[in-house]
Design a protein around this ligand. Structure first.
Ligand code: IPM
Ligand code: MN
Length: 327
C-alpha cells in the first residue's frame, strides 16, 4: 500500500510529452500509484492564448506534492517568454532554491552538482536604456544574498555528508567576481566548520570545465551559482552519456511547496516525430521525484533497472518499455 501523491504533470512541447509518457509508464511499473493532474502550459498554450503561467494555475500548483515537467519551448516563441515567464517564475515562486543535477557514469563519474536556483544573474536584476540607439546600455547584475547562498551551501554539505566520499567542491570565479566570489567562499568556509566530516576544495569554473572532461573523478558534490551551474551541468551531462540521460530536481528542501522534476534537455523540436528522443533523463527525473516523495524503494528499483539496462538503444517507446520491464 502506498499513499497517493498528487503530482502535476506539465508535459509541455516538442519531445516533452513523449518522454513524460515513458517516465510515467516506468513509475507505474515500479508500483507507485500517482494521482496526476495534467497542466497545459508551454509554447502551445502561449501561441494559442497568450498565457504563460496564469496566477490561478500557479496557486493550484502550490497545493500539489510535486510537479513533473517534460520540456517547454518552440522556435516560434521569442527567447525569454517561457524561460522567464514559466520556468524561472516557477523556480522563484515555489522557492525551488536547489537545482540538483547528478551525473553518473562508472567508473569515473559519480558527482552531483548543487546549483543555486533562485539568484545570480537569473534574478533579472538590470535593465536597458536607449534601446536600439548607438548609446544603448544594458546591464544584468548578479544577485547573491547571504541567505540564498547559505541555504544552498548548507544543502550541499548535508548531501556530501551522506555520500561515501564526503567531499564538496565550490566552483566559482573568485579571482574575477571578487564580490560575489568572496561571499560564496566565506559562506562555504563558515558552513564547513559545522561539517568537519566533509572535505572541501575550490575550483575556478574554467578549470572545472577542463577537470570535468579530463579528471571527472575528482568531483563528488559540486556547489555553485546559478549560471555556472547551468553551464557546468550541460557539460557534465555531455561527458556522462549525453544530455539525453541528464536528470534534474528543482527542490524546495524546506517543504513550503512542491518540488519540480525535469530532464535537463529542452523540447528538441528537431526530434519531434522521429521517435528518437531519449526518455532516460525523464525517467531518472521521475525517480528523483519518487525518492523526494519518500518512495525510496521504487526510486531505487528504477535506478537499478536503469543501470542494469546498460546502453539502451531503440525508439523512445522501446527504451521506456525496456526500463519498465526491468523494474
Ligand atoms: C536549464 C535550462 C534553463 C536554465 C532555461 C531554459 C531557462 O537551460 O534548466 O538548465 O537556464 O536554467
Ligand atoms: Mn541549462
Amino acid at each position: 500500500m502506498t499513499t497517493s501523491h498528487r503530482v502535476g504533470v506539465i508535459a509541455g512541447d516538442g519531445i516533452g510529452p513523449d518522454v513524460v509518457a515513458e517516465a510515467l509508464k516506468v513509475v507505474d511499473a515500479a508500483g507507485v500509484d500517482l494521482d496526476t493532474v495534467a497542466y497545459d502550459l508551454g509554447a502551445r498554450r502561449y501561441l494559442a492564448t497568450g498565457e504563460v503561467l496564469p496566477d490561478a494555475v500557479l496557486e493550484e500548483l502550490r497545493g500539489l506534492d510535486a510537479v513533473l515537467l517534460g520540456a517547454v519551448g518552440s522556435p516560434e516563441v521569442p527567447p525569454g517568454v517561457l524561460e522567464r515567464g514559466l520556468l524561472l517564475r516557477l523556480r522563484f515562486e515555489l522557492d525551488l532554491y536547489v537545482n540538483l543535477r547528478p551525473s553518473f557514469a562508472p567508473p569515473r563519474i559519480d558527482l552531483v552538482v548543487v546549483r543555486e536556483n533562485t539568484e545570480g544573474v537569473y534574478a533579472g536584476e538590470g535593465g536597458v536604456l536607449r534601446r536600439g540607439g548607438p548609446h544603448e546600455v544594458a546591464t544584468q547584475g548578479s544577485v547573491n544574498t547571504r541567505m540564498g547562498v547559505e541555504r544552498c551551501v548548507r544543502y550541499a554539505f548535508e548531501l556530501a555528508a551522506t555520500r561515501p566520499r564526503r567531499h564538496l567542491t565550490l566552483v566559482h570565479k573568485t579571482n574575477v567576481l571578487t564580490f560575489a566570489g568572496d561571499l560564496w567562499q566565506r559562506t562555504v568556509d563558515d558552513v564547513a566548520g559545522e561539517h568537519p566530516e566533509v572535505g572541501t576544495a575550490y575550483c575556478h569554473v574554467d578549470a572545472a570545465c577542463i577537470h570535468l572532461v579530463e579528471r571527472p573523478e575528482r568531483f563528488d558534490v559540486v556547489v555553485t551559482d546559478n549560471l555556472f551551474g547551468d553551464i557546468l551541468t550541460d557539460l557534465a551531462g555531455a561527458v556522462a552519456g549525453g544530455i539525453g540521460v541528464a536528470a534534474s530536481a528543482n527542490l524546495n528542501p524546506a517543504g513550503t511547496g512542491p518540488s519540480l522534476f525535469e530532464p535537463v534537455h529542452g523540447s528538441a523540436p528537431d526530434l519531434v516525430g522521429t521517435g528518437r528522443a531519449n526518455p532516460v533523463a525523464a525517467v531518472r527525473s521521475a525517480a528523483m521525484m519518487l525518492e523526494f516523495l519518500g518512495e525510496v524503494d521504487a526510486a531505487a528499483r528504477i535506478d537499478k533497472a536503469l543501470s542494469d539496462s546498460g546502453q539502451l538503444t531503440g525508439s523512445t517507446v522501446e527504451i521506456g518499455d525496456a526500463i519498465a520491464e526491468r523494474v
